[in-house]
Design a binder for this molecule. Structure first.
Ligand code: CA
Length: 229
């Protein structure tokens, strides 16, 4: 069963999300506070994707995200943001989320986002990769989907792993942001290109010697990114 957790304190919005995800074939676990969401996750370790509202009584959605990520890099996390919230502030704060959806959203948009992340989180049968890609100082292990730099493990989310795999399979080739979005998030993804930049900014913090002047993930101005030394 494809299991998703929805954290939203407004019952009408939560109901709308839950109904649409159930229609799309998901089993949905509901929570109306951050504390309850963390409790439900402990009870349901098979949840693969979580949707987190940000403004909540008690701990907020960002704090819930941080606490989930502290113990779990595999789970997919989507933040539910309000139109009034400044995107820069939101993206700057989303240290551990994979994606965000801006309210109000359509059922199609919501399920497309969840579907895309669910695939990335390995919830569906995925062709088993084998072996590794070695490009010193990096080694990407395709079997257990992990990255090492100089022999030290770097913790990646599933989306970050997919971006790294795309880069390491295409060394020296400029990849447009559209292509990265297509390959990593899926062609049916209805989202903004900005999510690519958000994830790459975070990836640079993890893998570059100095994220301010990256040497591995290079920016190709006005186009996209290039993996190469
Ligand atoms: Ca709220």
């Amino acid at each position: 069963m494809k299991k998703v957790l929805v954290l939203e304190d407004e019952s009408s919005i939560r109901g709308f999300i839950v109904i649409n995800l159930r229609r799309a074939g998901y089993e949905v676990v509901e929570a109306e506070s951050g504390e309850e969401a963390l409790e439900r996750l402990r009870e349901n370790p098979d949840v693969r994707v979580v949707l987190l509202d940000i403004m909540l009584p008690g701990i907020d959605g960002f704090e819930v995200c941080r606490r989930i990520r502290a113990g779990n890099t595999k789970i997919g996390i989507i933040m539910l943001t309000a139109r009034s919230q400044e995107m820069d502030k939101v993206t700057g704060l989303m240290t551990g989320a994979d994606d965000y959806v801006t309210k109000p959203f359509s059922p199609a948009e919501l399920t497309a986002r969840v579907d895309a992340l669910f695939r990335r989180a390995g919830g569906e049968t995925e062709t088993a990769d084998a072996g590794e890609i070695s490009q010193p100082p990096f080694v990407l292990n395709l079997r257990n989907r992990s990255l090492e730099k100089d022999g030290a493990r770097i913790k990646l989310t599933q989306v970050e792993y997919s971006v790294m795999k795309l880069f390491m399979e295409n060394p020296g080739r400029a990849l447009s942001r559209e292509e990265i979005l297509d390959k990593v998030w899926g062609r049916d993804y209805i989202g903004e290109l900005k999510i690519v930049d958000v994830n790459i900014r975070r990836l640079r913090l993890k893998i570059e010697d100095n994220a301010q002047s990256p040497t591995y993930i290079n920016t190709v101005w006005g186009y996209g990114y290039k993996w190469g030394f």
